[in-house]
Design a protein around this ligand. Structure first.
Ligand code: SF4
Length: 173
């Protein structure tokens, strides 16, 4: 696959048990080494192309997740890493867990696992890169911009289907 740029990613730990975060670190450090593809872990949303979330969204961090997402420039992609980020996982029924990442922002790629494996994570990043390039091409033609988190919230009020709310076709995991 040809990629047009070296994407930078921002990793945010929602309310994970840290199991997935350790695997994210494994993927980004020399053992699995996604940096060899030019993929750098940045702490600045304004420099990030990929928003990589671990853990579920809770009452306290929901605004942080929205703010990071809204601060990222277009085109951008969101990866939900681990089953907690995909749908709340084993913490789903806890009193303060709202659900997975797509409870508050649109998600492009879901990477299941508990914990997520570095190989699955790298596979998810490759899928994300393809989506990033597609969005970039559409933007050049003036056919695309990302929903803001507020627009996504409005969309979610009209449908239970999160892919539909995000304006995406539902894809198999
Ligand atoms: S998916 Fe498993 S390892 Fe990852 S944050 Fe949730 S409980 Fe922890």
């Amino acid at each position: 696959m040809r990629i047009s740029k070296s994407p930078w990613l921002l990793h945010y730990d929602g309310s994970s048990c840290n199991g997935c975060d350790i695997e994210v670190l494994a993927a980004t450090t020399p053992r699995f080494d996604v940096e060899r593809f030019g993929i750098i872990n940045t702490g600045n949303p304004r420099h990030a192309d990929i928003f990589l979330c671990t853990g579920g969204v809770n009452s306290q961090n929901q605004d942080v997740v929205r703010q990071i997402y809204d601060q990222m420039p277009d085109p951008k992609v969101v990866l939900a890493c681990g089953i907690c980020a995909c749908d709340g996982g084993i913490f789903k029924d806890c009193y303060n867990i709202l659900g997975g990442t797509d409870t508050v922002i649109p998600v492009d790629v879901y990477v299941p696992g508990c914990a997520v494996r570095p190989e699955a994570l790298i596979d998810g990043v490759v899928k994300a890169l393809k989506i990033l390039d597609e969005k970039s091409e559409k933007m050049k033609r003036g056919e695309y911009r990302s929903l803001t988190s507020a627009e996504y919230a409005e969309s979610l009020k009209k449908t239970d289907n999160k892919a539909e709310a995000a304006g995406m076709e539902e894809k198999d995991a």
